[in-house]
Design a protein around this ligand. Structure first.
Ligand code: ASP
Ligand code: MG
Length: 463
């Protein structure tokens, strides 16, 4: 391989005595594989500890599970300690969720977790069997067996603590692959099974990687990386070689569906490099010491060429609500957003017009489309307390977000977008900005046009 490898290979294991020694993260961020070769003299062996996470489509049936086993074998044969984190087979979690709903619309969240956690239990066991049958030492681990301790927020629990010591002992003493059921954990005080929210096995994987001090967390999925925008909408979208945690966090939060947002947060907190790659490449064609196609999510310092704009995300799951002719006096915003917060409704964009007469004002904001009806009811119920004339709302809206940590040091990035959208006759209903992103709310019908326009505008199109 020519040039610097873009995958961090942090561990030198030339001498067995240093097998579990980690070099300081900062020094390593500038080390390339070539430097490691030079440092270690002749015929070095670069080994490390990896988490390999496989999503639902990658374990959709027994054939694919066997394929996953071969990916794992490749890394084991290369000398790495491996912990695998698996999702449920594609469609399984949806089916389990449906069953709970059909059993009772008002079901107990603790029992919901007992049901939906079962999908991952099945794949963990099946993959362990598949690994054993090709001669790889492996065992399955349920969340509670490790244990992965979580809060008691059933159906959306947060990981509090993972003890990685037993997993590490098994690497050392038995060279055994740990196959871990993603998505699930345990609430220590009650001993009940919990789940981490939909898409939560990404978060399991990054959390386990941090707990066992892995060198990297590989997320194997049905796409070969993170793109500048959705390639189904913009065929000229480019795969990013690297993206900073901050940018990825915004991309995921604003609608890109590659990773659960929480997993990126965890990666950032623990500075755990996350590598998004495809599980559909032939396992044996991949050089375990090479740089396969994919996207490395890492700290900003490791990214050399920095574009002002990294990517464009969009979401059609938005609803706009406008409260008209509110009496313009102190406390109005609190009267509106207080009840919404109490109802657990997340408000995103907020625009308040300056009133012409100094007496009344309009307030527009967005909520997730799924909460549209509830938000209307909540504002309706507080009509007297708020004091307004009319309530308008729309669900045929979309939020388009432009993301890039390079915006911190560049002025006028958003202004360019407003001009380009105006030239396409796309009306902007609301705008929000932060340090490294801005979002516009537009008619949903113009989503594709807006995304393509901005993708070209910021030079993201593939040559
Ligand atoms: N199986 C769970 C879900 O579909 C968790 C995951 O796949 O990440 O949400
Ligand atoms: Mg997923």
């Amino acid at each position: 391989m020519d040039g610097p490898a873009h995958l961090p290979a942090r561990l030198l294991a030339h001498d067995p005595a240093v097998l579990y020694t980690r070099l300081p993260a900062l020094a390593l961020s500038v080390l390339t594989r070539a430097t490691i070769l030079n440092l270690s003299g002749d015929a070095p062996v670069v080994m490390g500890r990896l988490v390999m996470k496989f999503g639902g489509t990658s374990v959709a049936n027994l054939d694919r599970i066997r394929n996953v086993a071969r990916h794992v074998k490749r890394e084991v044969d290369a000398g790495h300690d491996v912990a695998v984190v698996v999702s449920a087979m594609a469609g399984k979690t949806n089916e389990l969720v449906e069953w709970c709903r059909d059993a009772s619309a008002m079901h107990d969240a603790r029992e919901y977790d007992a049901v939906v956690a079962s999908g991952e239990q099945v794949t963990a066991g099946l993959l362990a069997i598949a690994l054993q049958s090709i001669g790889i030492q492996a065992r399955s681990w349920q969340g509670w067996q490790i244990p992965i301790k979580t809060s008691d927020a059933h159906a959306s629990a947060r990981i509090l603590d993972i003890d990685g010591s037993e997993l590490i002992d098994h690497f050392r003493e038995r060279q055994e692959v740990a196959v871990i059921a993603g998505f699930q954990g345990i609430h220590a005080q009650t001993g009940r099974i919990t789940t981490l929210g939909r898409g939560g096995s990404d978060t399991s994987a990054v959390a386990v990687a941090a707990a066992i001090r892995a060198d990297r967390c590989d997320i194997y999925t049905d796409v070969d990386g993170v793109y500048t925008t959705d390639p189904r909408i913009v065929p000229k979208a480019r795969r990013l070689d690297k993206i900073a945690f901050e940018d990825m966090l915004e991309l995921a939060s604003q609608g890109a569906k590659v990773l659960q947002v929480r997993s990126v947060e965890l990666g950032m907190v623990h500075n755990m490099p996350i590598f998004v790659r495809s599980s559909f490449d032939k396992p044996e064609d991949i050089d375990p010491h090479g740089t396969p196609p994919g996207t490395l999510i890492c700290s900003e310092e490791e990214i050399m060429e920095n574009h002002v704009v990294t990517g464009i995300a969009f979401s059609k799951d938005e609803a706009q609500i406008s409260v008209r002719q509110i009496e313009d006096k102190p406390g109005v915003a609190a009267a509106i957003f207080g009840p919404l917060a109490d109802a657990n409704i997340n408000v995103d964009m907020i625009v308040q017009n300056v009133s012409e007469d100094g007496k009344t004002t309009d307030l527009t904001f967005t909520v997730p489309a799924a909460d549209h009806a509830r938000a209307r009811e909540t504002i309706g119920a507080a009509k007297v307390a708020i004091g307004y004339a009319r309530l308008d709302s729309a669900t045929d809206v979309a939020k388009v977000s432009v993301i890039g940590s390079g915006m911190r040091s560049h002025a006028g990035v958003a202004a360019q977008a407003f001009k380009a959208l105006a030239e396409r006759n796309i009306n902007i209903r609301a705008i929000t900005t932060s340090e490294i992103k801005f979002s516009v709310l537009i008619d949903a019908a113009y989503t594709e046009l807006a995304v393509r326009t901005l993708h070209t505008l910021y030079g993201l199109d593939q040559a």
